[in-house]
Design a protein around this ligand. Sequence first.
Ligand SMILES: *Cc1c(COP(=O)(O)O)cnc(C)c1O
Length: 369
Amino acid sequence: MGKIGETTLEIDLSALEYNFKFLKSKIEPDTRFLGVVKAFAYGSDMVVIAKKLESLGADYLAVAYAKEGTLLRKAGVKLPILVLHPQPINFEDIIEHRLEPSMYSPKLLKLFLETAQKQGLQNFPIHIKFNTGLNRLGFWENDVDFIANQLQGRKELRVASIFSHLAASEDESERDFSLKQIATFNKIVKEVHEKLEGTPFRHMLNTSGILNYPQAQFEMVRSGIGLYGYGNDPKTDQKLRPVATLKTVISQMHKIEPNESVGYNRAFTSDGYRITATLPLGHADGIGRQYGNQNGHVFIHGQKAPIIGNVCMDMIMVDVTSIECKAGDEVVVFGAGASAEEFAASAKTISYEILTAISGRVKRQVLHS
Ligand SMILES: *Cc1c(COP(=O)(O)O)cnc(C)c1O
């Protein structure tokens, strides 16, 4: 125990491989698989994860922003990279690094077409995003004519794919809404095939979509959270393996007398004799203040130690009165054997948020590379 010596996010690539194979087993053999590696691969390590996915046989990668794609290209990643949320200021980078932008509005498409003309591009791949109900990004159903007019006879750009995104794929009570989104997308697909040259491939499903609406897998699926070991439902979580495990060590132990307080603003006051352990991670590492004051807990030798008092910038204090432990002992915050989904729920949030919150200050250690 205590081998890690400091706060460390372990990234288990054998878990990634396991999850990749599990998700692949849920789709048809010829459906392409896009691995979503935005936000530092959900807070882990974008380059390491992207390269592993490349070696496992993923067909595509996606990032949110162009700079994330540029980083991957500079690290030598060769797979096609879809940029979900490009902005005009990113067009040069996108072209230089052969990233594939999502076109989500008339204005963006016009501007990218202008840039493509100026640069004399030929057949540059773009992806058209349609809004079918999430109302976040995307063209509307009735924009197909506009898109067709813009692209008519233009050799600069090629529509590689058309896609949409479900608003509530994990939510069984919104099944009707999801099916309506799928039906709307099918209508758009038909119109696109009639009005646009070529046959762009189609994709709509994220992780929960893969599990709940396999009939809508079309030619590709896009998975993020599932690759990292979470499936938005406890049963699926059991079938996946967490890639990231956040560990730390006990820095110091304190004996607290009755009526003493712990931490800033004296937020915790003891009602009896207590033993606390101080841990070297705080809100600057991604453990938000919402986890304090007994909301969240960590695991020490497999036992739960509640976070007491306010979360500090660089430290938290946990109650270890009933746990036998000492300075230097290892602590698990979330990950293997300590679901990030449950940890997140203790602060009324979701796995996506806690995973992507772990800051650059925390050391990353890759296992099974
Ligand atoms: C982030 C994102 C995904 C991945 O979703 P998961 O729920 O993590 O699988 C897929 N598609 C789009 C458009 C996204 O923004």
